[in-house]
Design a protein around this ligand. Structure first.
Ligand code: PLP
Length: 366
């Protein structure tokens, strides 16, 4: 029987198994942080940043980074309406308000014009989310941030491997965060990382990440502030070390899959993840957006996939559509794109034959 074509699935080799086994057998006592330290080192080298703190999730890394920037009750944080909820939750947990603005039709990321319009005296940060590996217009967002004295945070959870004019995503803002959830390009099962080039911000997050205990504090069990507990485990970090040694291969795999889709779907009335001049897209999630005016029902296509044992996923809903937020229909692009788009299967070991089959169903459907 034909096996299921999964939407995502980690790429696990003997190396991951070897490191995880070693961590489980020996990574205790004075070795209990060994893989964590190594993982942070490898990640810093890959990204070209000065500081990194591995965490139990990307959401936790964002929460601590935002807390360290002093975001709190009454503050506003600007972000794209089209998004995964994880970017908004820490803002709400800190008592601040996410301000959802529309995205650009080509990048599906923050529209800098809408960002600048949304700035008020309460704006504390702008979160640039590099959606599905696509790149935000960082030059314009950083210039807006600079002009108004507002830090730009990069949520690069979906964009490992993406490069903006020579700079890796996550290395350009006041801080960056990544996710190593099981669906992401690089995985530790669950996990994330906080990265920055700012020594003071690093120290503040380090203290927050250690239950508020500063590293120069000589007294044991003494906390100076109320902190957080979002640490990664040594066993997870061991898997992460193996994945970091294979990072170029993991990214190349995603790019290979995207290019195959792109080639086989050319000529269809759709657009896919863009890769503008001077950038590299990590292509975490190959996505098709059906042209406006073309009859298309995403649920019917997903049903056709399902009938053929293929997983697909819906494009992110506008967050402002969810019951806990205020509706913002003026974000017209966010409110139109989600119904015309779906994410395609893209796990690393996906065979060309399988991609071919997925493309065949899309072609027949359209
Ligand atoms: C996956 C994801 C997150 C959250 O990552 P976790 O590790 O699950 O906390 C945050 N932001 C974006 C854009 C994501 O895709």
């Amino acid at each position: 029987m034909k096996s299921r074509i999964y939407y995502t699935k980690p790429s696990i080799t003997e190396l991951e198994i070897h490191y995880a086994t070693d961590a489980a057998a020996n990574g205790w006592g004075d070795q209990c942080y060994a893989y964590i330290n190594k993982f942070e080192e490898l990640f810093k080298q890959h990204l070209g940043v000065k500081y990194a703190i591995a965490t139990s999730s990307c959401t936790g890394a964002l929460h601590m980074g935002m807390a360290a920037l002093g975001i709190g009750p009454g503050d506003e944080v600007i972000m794209a309406d089209t998004n995964w909820i994880a970017t908004a939750s820490p803002i709400v947990h800190l008592g601040a308000k996410p301000i959802f603005v529309d995205i650009l039709p080509d990048s599906w990321c923050l529209d800098p014009v809408r960002v600048e319009e949304a700035i008020t005296s309460r704006t504390k940060a702008i979160v640039a989310v590099h959606l599905y590996g696509n790149l935000c217009d960082m030059d314009r967002l950083l210039a807006i941030g600079e002009k108004h004295g507002i830090p730009v945070i990069e949520d690069a959870a979906e964009a490992i491997g993406s490069v903006y004019h020579g700079k890796r995503v996550g290395s350009m803002g006041i801080f960056g965060v990544f996710s190593f959830h099981g669906t992401k390009t690089l995985t530790t099962g669950e996990g994330g990382i906080f990265v920055t080039n700012d020594p003071d911000l690093y120290e503040r997050v380090l203290t927050l990440s250690n239950h508020g205990r500063a590293r120069e504090q000589a007294r044991q069990f003494w906390a100076d502030i109320v902190g957080y507990k979002y640490k990664i485990s040594n066993i997870q970090a061991a898997i992460g070390c193996a994945q970091m040694e294979r990072i170029e291969e993991l990214i190349a795999g995603k790019r290979r899959i995207f290019e195959y889709y792109s080639r086989h779907l050319s000529g269809m009335p759709i657009s896919m993840n863009p890769e503008p001049e001077g950038t590299v897209n990590g292509y975490w999630m190959p996505t098709i957006v059906v042209d406006e005016g073309v009859a298309f029902d995403r649920n019917e296509l997903l049903a056709a996939f399902k009938a053929n044992q293929i997983d697909g996923r819906v494009f992110f809903w506008p967050l402002s559509m969810l019951p806990m937020f205020e509706e913002k229909r003026e974000n017209t692009f966010s409110y139109s794109i989600y119904e015309r788009a779906i994410n395609l299967p893209s796990y690393h070991e996906l065979a060309s034959d399988d991609i071919h089959q997925v493309c065949g169903i899309i072609k027949e459907f359209l």
